[in-house]
Design a protein around this ligand. Structure first.
Ligand code: FAD
Ligand code: S2G
Ligand code: ZN
Length: 461
């Protein structure tokens, strides 16, 4: 690993020894074979909050660096060691603690898988307030730690709003119990917010209390197509105006993304070829009311030729297929060879101009330059693919893209976090004073710096 990070010096952390492993085994008791044996099928909840606390206290005393790990689906290198840090997996802390159907609040352990939580909530007519393409593997603890966004943020907001409580363990083993389920509690600083989005650098999240919306009675999905990005924005404006509270997702992807789906994943484009495709999802409780609003919206956008083509369905299996065209873009692009991934927030007027400018800048050095994402949140996923990694192509993309975004006062990481690969670019989106304050908080909460070192905060200066 040190070759990978030639320039980066390993921090002065201890090296794991047999003495350390013996101690961990003494802490884990009968569960200790988990340390050496394959975790699959291991079905006893061997790790509880006290064990996490003892493990961290020991690591802190011994100056052993630790990487907290959830579903390992993060995209910025935050959940894997940089040198020889110990991985602290939460995957076996996967219990739902309570579901209050009346209040619409669920409390669960950090290692619960997002998709499984959503399935369990269905029995209570509730749902998770977030939905990501990685839902089959990502953990709620990882979602909270990355402040994950996803396709439902447009309707249900950020985890900074829907997470009501967090239980976490600090580097010294101290348990911070903020596992409230109250909607309103204005007593002092809202310290749980420190663990939301801090990517495992301030504490290990062990449990979450989260507000779960009512599960919609009917969902409709429209895949629309148009020629210009201005048409996309006009459709967004019209959707907000006419669909209002039933609008549950509004995603865009360009034809280059669609071509990658078709070529690399053999997915079918149900429409003719167009420059842009839009996924509009409505979720409501009254079928006829919802249909009336959706039809009025479609009449407006198709009638005024903003939209040239489209299909609509309420059939769950067809909805999944159409969502797949958007959610599988990530997977398809990897078939081109190497993928440079960027997840930025931009003012909507510049949202797609960056893709066009990047295409001109890279020319035929790139296989594909695609733009897709949560346009309703101003969040663009710009991906560049090539047959293999090339330092020359990389240097044409970075720092150009970060400077471009910074000039427009956008964010160089809208939802994926900074992790290891983007931490050094934090100054493009945060003021020097803010970065100093972050470092002071880190020093206060993790004085030995053992939690996820080299991540989130710049490790240069
Ligand atoms: P991991 O990858 O295991 O960890 C992520 C970070 O959180 C690391 O820094 C890790 O140290 C820390 N961490 C994990 N668990 C804990 C814990 N219990 N306590 C403290 N720190 C912890 N992200 C989005 O925001 N929106 C999307 O739409 C989206 N779509 C995706 C689609 C695909 C196909 C893929 C592969 C990824 C996508 N992601 C998306 C990125 C990723 O799924 C999210 O960042 C997710 O929240 C990571 O969860 P995880 O459990 O896999 O965390
Ligand atoms: C999405 C997933 C990862 C990527 O599809 O919304 O967040 O950047 C992304 O392709
Ligand atoms: Zn995304």
């Amino acid at each position: 690993t040190s070759k990978k990070h030639a320039k980066l010096k390993r921090g002065n952390f201890a090296r794991l020894s047999g003495k350390h492993v013996d101690h961990f085994q003494s802490l884990l008791g009968s569960a200790s074979q988990v340390l050496t044996e394959d975790l699959d099928g291991y079905n006893t909840d061997w790790m509880n909050i006290m064990r996490v606390s003892k493990i961290l206290r020991y690591c802190n005393d011994q100056k052993l660096a630790v990487v907290p790990q959830g579903g390992n689906t993060g995209l910025v290198g935050g959940s894997v060691p940089v040198f020889d840090e110990i991985i602290l997996s939460l995957q076996l802390m996967d219990k739902v603690i309570s579901i209050d159907q009346m209040a619409g609040v669920m409390v669960c352990q950090a290692g619960c898988i997002l998709e499984k939580l959503d399935e369990q909530l269905a029995d209570y007519n509730l749902m998770m307030p977030l939905d990501l393409g990685s839902k089959g593997s990502c953990h709620i603890g990882g979602n909270v730690s990355t402040n994950a966004g996803g396709i439902r943020l447009l309707r249900y907001g950020s985890l900074h709003g829907s997470v009501l409580g967090v239980e976490a363990v600090k580097a010294d083993g101290e348990i911070i119990d903020c596992l409230s389920s109250l909607r309103k509690d204005n007593t002092g600083y809202d310290v749980k917010q420190l663990f939301i989005g801090s990517e495992g650098t301030l504490g290990v999240v062990t449990a979450v209390s989260i507000l779960c919306p009512q599960r919609p009675k009917n969902v409709s999905l429209a895949l629309l197509a148009c020629s210009t990005f201005d048409d996309v924005l006009s459709s967004l404006k019209e959707a907000r105006n006419q669909l209002q509270e039933i609008l549950s997702a509004f995603e865009v992807f360009d034809n280059d993304s669609m071509m990658s789906n078709q070529t690399n994943l053999k997915l079918m484009n149900p429409l003719k070829e167009h420059n842009f495709y839009i996924v509009v999802e409505t979720s409501g409780s009254n079928q006829s009311h919802d249909e009336e609003k959706l039809n009025a919206f479609l009449e407006t956008v198709m009638g005024s030729e903003i939209i040239n083509d489209g299909i609509i369905t309420t059939e769950p299996s067809k909805i999944r297929i159409l969502w797949g065209l958007r959610e599988k873009i990530t997977e398809g692009l990897l078939h081109d060879g190497y993928c440079y991934k960027y997840d930025v927030s931009l003012p909507l007027a510049h949202y797609y101009r960056l893709v066009e400018d990047m295409r001109v800048r890279l020319g035929d050095r790139a296989t594909r330059v695609v733009g897709y994402g949560h346009v309703g949140d101003g969040n663009l996923h710009l991906n560049v693919t090539a047959p293999a990694y090339s330092a020359e192509l990389h240097s044409l993309i970075e720092p150009f893209i970060y400077e471009y975004v910074a000039k427009l006062r956008g964010s160089i990481s809208a939802e994926h976090g900074l992790g290891f690969i983007k931490s050094k670019y934090i100054h493009h989106s945060k003021s020097p004073q803010a970065v100093v304050l972050m470092k002071q908080l880190k020093k206060l909460m993790d004085p030995n710096g053992i939690l996820n070192p080299y991540k989130t905060l710049p490790h240069t200066d």
